[in-house]
Design a protein around this ligand. Structure first.
Ligand code: ATP
Ligand code: MG
Length: 147
């Protein structure tokens, strides 16, 4: 976006963390970790949207519970930018299960459990592009920053 050396990734503050009032702390943690917030919006996903967003997991034993959880309340999709954003974001959020997440990671600090784990992050540059486009249009992203 603003610099060729930077990259964008998609994060979501999940419904558990929004409901428990941790949205601001999580965004602040990401900004302190060097990410620039490029876009964000509170949304309540429909079951169809949540199923499509996590369609790679369709058929897994936790899939129906995951869709139910992601539609249980508002969440905050956001576009985050920094150098090596996809890999750095995965490091910053920590392992899927907070019990296995490294000290100081967002999931260690804020997640309740493996299923209610506070935050999503894209796992590849290709998926980051798909997931950013899932929530934010090119014109919205450009318009936010005066493009
Ligand atoms: P996310 O995609 O949300 O960033 P992740 O990449 O760390 O998480 P995935 O393997 O993509 O983990 O799983 C997607 C989400 O599904 C997890 O974040 C978690 O909420 C849920 N999930 C994954 N595995 C399990 C499991 N074994 N039991 C319960 N929930 C699970
Ligand atoms: Mg994942």
């Amino acid at each position: 976006m603003s610099d060729v050396s930077t990259q964008c990734t998609l994060g979501i503050v999940k419904p558990d963390a929004v409901a428990s009032g941790r949205t601001g702390a999580i965004v602040a943690h990401l900004q302190q970790a060097g990410f620039t917030l490029r876009a964000a919006r509170l949304v309540r996903l429909t079951p169809a949207q949540a199923a499509r967003f996590y369609e790679v997991h369709a058929g897994r034993p936790f899939y129906n519970d995951l869709v139910a959880f992601m539609t249980s309340g508002p969440c905050l999709p956001m576009v985050l930018e920094r150098a090596d954003a996809v890999a750095e974001m995965r490091k910053t959020i920590g392992a899927t299960d907070p019990a296995e997440a490294a000290p100081g990671t967002i999931r260690k600090l804020f997640a309740e459990s493996k299923s209610r784990n506070a935050i999503h992050a894209s796992d590849s540059a290709e998926n980051a592009a798909r997931e950013v486009a899932f929530f934010f249009s090119e014109s919205e992203l450009a318009g936010l920053w005066g493009g």
